[in-house]
Design a binder for this molecule. Structure first.
Ligand SMILES: Nc1ncnc2c1ncn2[C@@H]1O[C@H](COP(=O)(O)OP(=O)(O)OP(=O)(O)O)[C@@H](O)[C@H]1O
Ligand SMILES: [Mg+2]
Length: 333
């Protein structure tokens, strides 16, 4: 294969500074320098050149001044709003530049968890019953038809932003208080969802022709695999309480159900090249779709080295498979 001139778009933590009054988790989604280097090294190992472009504004400046690349490896999370992950794909489409990962429509549809849940459930994928609350006046005890406990989360965030132990509610008073807090603090609708008591998994899928569902990862919290009412919070990620187990021991029937759900969600949402589907499994072994990330953390500190090894290839090969999937879509391979 010929050596390609690859551009790299991303939002690095080091490109932004927290200002007084900013939430501590404001830039939590952005990538660490190590992740950027790990991706670059993987692309270089396949004989390509990779140049750092940066975030959407730098990309625009460079494009306007006539710079070009054969393809862009895009992991940019974007700055604000529910279309933030769509910004880079949209600009690249406007300039006719091929890119790795999903397009603007999929990025927007997955970032808004309510939209994602509606799309997957119309494809027959089970997802917890929910309410979307834009204004606190929409919340009334008479119309509240969800079973307790429920979890209240921002509808348009990732990286467990806004998810704390107080997000779990067992009565209406608590639901109302947390929903009001969330709408004000995050300036977006709240998603109130029935809480699935049980265990948790995340399943990565790569490539499209055909999609390759990688071995499921079990999420352990403080060494426990049956989580019950425990869940993944931003604080727990920061405290290293979360363990990723892969390969994870589980009945073959459960593994099959998780893989079927991940694949159906990946296809329904139109994900390209890579995605990660978060699934909660209840006490009876029934899986529920929580959300899908078309820009999962691709760094070595996250799940990709584990899932690649469990599937029989290296981390670098996993990154190259994601990259080659895009080359194939654009007939560049
Ligand atoms: N309905 C639910 N039932 C049980 N646990 C839930 C539910 N919704 C969310 N959680 C818990 O909260 C965590 C974060 O929720 P979710 O995956 O929806 O948000 P996120 O912030 O986008 O996640 P990520 O950190 O993967 O980007 C889940 O991993 C899970 O532990
Ligand atoms: Mg998640």
């Amino acid at each position: 294969m010929r050596s390609l001139n690859v551009g790299f778009t991303y939002d690095a933590k080091t490109d932004y500074e927290l200002l007084p009054g900013d939430a501590q988790d404001k830039y939590a989604e952005f990538d660490f320098e190590e992740t950027l280097v790990e991706i670059e090294d993987s692309i270089k190992s396949a004989g390509h050149k990779i140049e750092r472009v940066g975030h959407v504004k730098t990309l625009l400046r460079k494009l306007m001044s006539g710079e070009k690349w054969d393809i862009i490896f895009n992991i940019a999370e974007g700055i604000k709003g529910r279309n933030r992950e769509s910004q880079v794909p949209l600009v690249l489409e406007l300039f006719g530049i091929p890119y790795v990962c999903s397009d603007a429509l999929t990025m927007g549809a997955t970032l808004d968890k309510v939209v994602a849940k509606s799309i997957v459930s119309s494809a027959g994928v089970l997802t917890p019953k929910f309410l979307k609350i834009e204004k606190i006046s929409q919340l009334s005890p008479k119309k509240f038809n969800l079973k307790y406990p429920v979890i209240i989360k921002p509808s348009e965030e990732g990286t467990s932003k806004g998810i704390e132990s107080d997000s779990l509610a067992r009565d209406f008073k608590h639901v109302k208080k947390r929903t009001q807090w969330l709408i004000e603090k995050y300036n977006q609708p709240a998603l109130i969802e029935e809480f699935i008591i049980g265990s948790e998994f995340t399943v990565a899928v790569i490539e499209n022709d055909p999609p390759n569902v990688l071995p499921p990862v079990r999420i352990d919290i403080q060494g426990k695999s049956y989580l019950g009412e425990e869940f993944y919070t931003y604080a727990r990620v920061e405290n290293d309480d979360i363990g990723y187990i892969c390969p994870a021991k589980m009945p073959k029937s459960l593994e099959k159900k998780l893989k079927i759900m991940a694949l159906a969600s990946y296809k329904a949402l139109g994900i390209k090249d890579v995605g990660r589907v978060d699934i909660r499994v209840n006490k009876k072994g029934v899986p529920y779709f929580l959300e899908c990330n078309p820009l999962p953390n691709l760094g070595k500190g996250d799940i990709f080295p584990l899932v690649a090894n469990a599937a029989g290839f290296s981390y670098e090969e996993a990154i190259c498979k994601i990259f080659n999937s895009a080359l194939k879509r654009y007939n560049l391979s």
